[in-house]
Design a binder for this molecule. Sequence first.
Ligand SMILES: Nc1ncnc2c1ncn2[C@@H]1O[C@H](COP(=O)(O)OP(=O)(O)OP(=O)(O)O)[C@@H](O)[C@H]1O
Length: 288
Amino acid sequence: MNATHLELTQVGIDFPTANGPFNALTDVNLKINKGEFISLIGHSGCGKSTVLNIVAGLYQASYGGVLLDNLEVNEPGPERAVVFQNHSLLPWLSVYKNVELAVKQSPNKRSKIEVKEWVEHNLDLVQMTHAKDKLPSEISGGMKQRVGIARALSMQPKVLLMDEPFGALDALTRSHLQDSVMEIHAALGNTVIMITHDVDEAVLLSDRIVMMTNGPSATIGEILDVDLERPRNRIALADNPSYNKYRHQVLQFLYEKQRKIEPVFSQQKTNETPHSNKKGANSANNAA
Ligand SMILES: Nc1ncnc2c1ncn2[C@@H]1O[C@H](COP(=O)(O)OP(=O)(O)OP(=O)(O)O)[C@@H](O)[C@H]1O
């Protein structure tokens, strides 16, 4: 787990807008080792999804670039699978067929029986075999997210990119799925980049937490090494002084160093712009 296999160098992006180019990201430098679990955290609108989309090849960086195993990333590819917050399953296909579609599209050529075995194996990994014949509309949000993860894993990606994968789930489902992701990561050793707004989730799951500054021209502010033994148990960690120290460091970054004060609605209507940092505005919405 020590050879750099994903490298972002001087990555920046300008989005064209009606008022001219908007510099969302600047000078993003990050080296990620094989098998590392990285979380990206930062206030809303700082550019986390933009970083992920550049690594996914969905956005092209205006400056700098991304290398995966020394090959330049400039378009989407099966070696970088994405799991979105809101599952993106095809509603007319069963759970099984949704995963099968990804397996059939993967560059690995498999016989019919191999496809079946591989789909079943991946559904098994996320404990969804029991619902394989159901349609997405017949299963819960957490289950859909499990299928989305199975579909991504079935492509055997080198890098799994997850954009707030548990953001839309209730706390209990979220915890179950976090535990599953930790088990899968331990078993498969994929490199993972996950966006989260949840400090506890970041500390629980990550090897490193990449903390981003507020935009525009956002960049990496600090990187925190989370040196907690695996497998990790959320209940045991609650009393672990190191766990609490890491939590505190992330909170301090977000709410002291990168404190973001947003106007309350009434002020916003009268004299403030969204994302204003003006002093004295009420901090009604400063969640990361
Ligand atoms: N296609 C686009 N065109 C113009 N501006 C964009 C585009 N995509 C993102 N932006 C801007 O770039 C900045 C970063 O957006 P991004 O979605 O990456 O932030 P984020 O940290 O993922 O936000 P959130 O946590 O709310 O999802 C924001 O100011 C956003 O408005």
